[in-house]
Design a protein around this ligand. Structure first.
Ligand code: PEP
Length: 261
């Protein structure tokens, strides 16, 4: 096949992921899962991933299991094998109930729970050991952006947390660029700022191989709403979004999915 055809056929999957964080009671979570599943029509070709709190993972999975366009992610997983680690949730356990993805390295885990790059690399390894695909988050703080070191920060996070994987494993990862200053603040990065960082991430992936760069979906996260989604998702290297606040309202989340064409 000629290279033009190949590059037309191999493109990162468009993905909209919803991170429910530590929100919603059981009834609210099930209602939201049902409303999202009912609202996804054949029109959009993007994959949808829901990341409910751990205690709801299994029931959300059972409710949306029939839906071929929705997958379920955990918001975290342990960096070690099952054993005497009170309160932890292992990748083996997630896999055993049918979870496909795990968010790894969300800035709230890095900041509030002190998760370091080497720890995140171990979590990523646990995911692959049990067939869970990581949604690996990276992004700079406001302070780091003001100092102009955002590219170095993101590159370090990727090199230390993710780039030890084999090419085949890396190709199966999803990367989420989430500037910390834009998460839950209502301050979205401009499409230009997002594209600039996504293009840098794509270039880093290209340094590993063209095929990895062409396969890995790079999502933007940070106060994405129905009002901002279309413009953000139109950028060349933005393959989708990781959505926090707006994923808690079915109508808003469905509008963002609609914007992903
Ligand atoms: C997130 O937590 O991943 C996120 C992007 O949150 P929000 O959309 O609320 O900024």
């Amino acid at each position: 096949m000629n290279s033009v055809l190949t590059s037309i056929l191999i493109m990162p999957q468009k993905i909209i992921a919803g991170n429910w964080k530590m929100n919603l009671n059981y009834a609210q979570a099930m209602t939201l899962a049902d409303a999202i599943a009912a609202g996804i029509t054949g029109e959009s070709s993007c994959e949808v991933i829901l990341a409910p709190p751990s205690i709801y993972l299994h029931d959300v999975l059972r409710r949306i299991g029939h839906h071929d366009r929705i997958s379920v992610a955990s918001q975290n997983c342990a960096d070690r094998e099952p054993g005497a680690y009170t309160g932890e949730l292992s990748a083996m356990m997630l896999a055993s109930v049918g979870i496909d993805y795990s968010i790894i390295g969300h800035s709230e885990r890095r900041i509030y729970f002190g998760e370091s790059d080497p720890l995140l690399a171990r979590k990523v390894d646990q995911c692959f050991k049990y067939g869970i695909l990581p949604i690996f988050c990276c992004g700079e703080t406001l302070d780091e952006r003001e100092q102009g070191v955002q590219s170095e920060v993101v590159e370090r996070q990727l090199r230390q947390g993710l780039f030890h994987l084999s090419e085949a494993e890396l190709s199966d990862c999803i990367i989420a660029y989430e500037p910390v200053w834009a998460i839950g603040t209502g301050k979205t990065a401009t499409p230009g700022q997002a594209q600039e960082m996504h293009s840098l991430i794509r270039q880093l992936l290209r340094g590993i191989s063209d095929s990895v760069a062409e396969r890995v979906s790079i999502l933007y996260g940070g106060s994405v709403t129905p009002a901002t989604a279309q413009e953000m998702l139109a950028s060349q290297d933005v393959d989708g979004a990781l959505v926090g606040g707006a994923s808690l309202k079915a109508d808003d989340f469905l509008s963002i999915i609609q914007a992903c064409r």
